[in-house]
Design a protein around this ligand. Structure first.
Ligand SMILES: [Zn+2]
Length: 271
């Protein structure tokens, strides 16, 4: 009997150890305001190359996201610069994070969907963070003469080698537990990326970057005329749709006000 109890205690102990090792991370996803919306945009012009939307006008917004993973944070996209005419956010990302009690030094990673100005404007506020960016984006940013539309200036300290950068050719499992995964979704730009976050209560959430700009384009495989590569854009949208189905994920199209509104308003968080 004594021996049986000892074995049982040992078994219970090892189970507890196993549970501790696999304890789910404490996670939260909070959306930040990263630009001031302008008048609704007629999407049939630049935002569709198949003329499918008539006079439809949609409200575009600029959003970024802070993801808590235990004691680490990942900031996804950094919005417009505070100096951007008309579209600058009302409050900087640093000030919004302060309201959540998060300091810039706590941001372990800054994930960048792509090099456009409305996604990279405030990256310089996080010089200690490791930048996770598509390798093709990083090539464009560090080119001797960056092309028009490549917002290289805020990356100056990383270009000089003062900060850490991880140019990604493939997906990246950021915290190595499957909870936050950078998805390779090229097409809008050469090294474009999206992000999947698996939250304990909400389930999987996919943050689009600009893999798609609004719901109608997602549903009909519409492609903005200014995208880098049409075929890659369609393939990336198809990839996102398939992941969303398989993971029962909620897609958040970052520029679409209707999608951003699916998440709690700041300072609320999806858990
Ligand atoms: Zn863009």
């Amino acid at each position: 009997m004594q021996r049986k109890r000892t074995i049982l205690a040992a078994f219970a102990g090892s189970l507890a150890g196993l549970a501790a090792a696999q304890a789910a991370p404490d996670m939260a996803l909070t959306r930040l305001d990263c630009g001031t919306p302008q008048a609704p945009t007629p999407v049939n012009q630049r935002f569709s190359d198949t003329y499918g939307y008539g006079d439809l006008k949609l409200q575009f917004v600029f959003s970024c996201y802070i993801i808590k993973h235990d004691n680490d944070y990942l900031l996804w996209d950094t919005g417009h610069a505070m100096t951007a005419p008309n579209v600058a956010p009302k409050e900087s990302i640093v000030d919004q994070l302060a309201k959540l009690g998060v300091k810039p030094e706590q941001i372990k990673y800054v994930g960048i969907s792509h090099y456009h100005a409305d996604h990279t404007g405030q990256v310089a506020s996080f010089p200690k963070s490791t930048v996770l960016i598509g390798a093709r984006e990083w090539e464009a940013i560090t080119a001797p003469k960056p092309a028009t539309g490549v917002n290289f200036k805020p990356f100056e300290s990383w270009i000089k080698g003062e900060g850490k950068v991880e140019p990604l050719d493939l997906d990246k499992d950021v915290f190595e537990d499957g909870s936050v995964i950078v998805l390779r979704t090229p097409g809008h730009t050469p090294g474009h990326q999206s992000l999947m976050v698996k939250l304990p209560q909400t389930g999987a959430v996919i943050l689009s970057g600009d893999a798609v700009h609004f719901q109608e384009n997602y549903n009909a495989f519409g492609v903005p005329a200014f995208n880098y590569d049409r075929a890659q854009t369609v393939a990336s949208m198809e990839r996102i749709k398939t992941i969303a189905t398989n993971m029962k994920a909620m897609l958040i199209i970052q520029h679409d006000a209707r999608d951003v509104g699916k998440l709690p308003a700041f300072p609320g968080a999806a858990k």
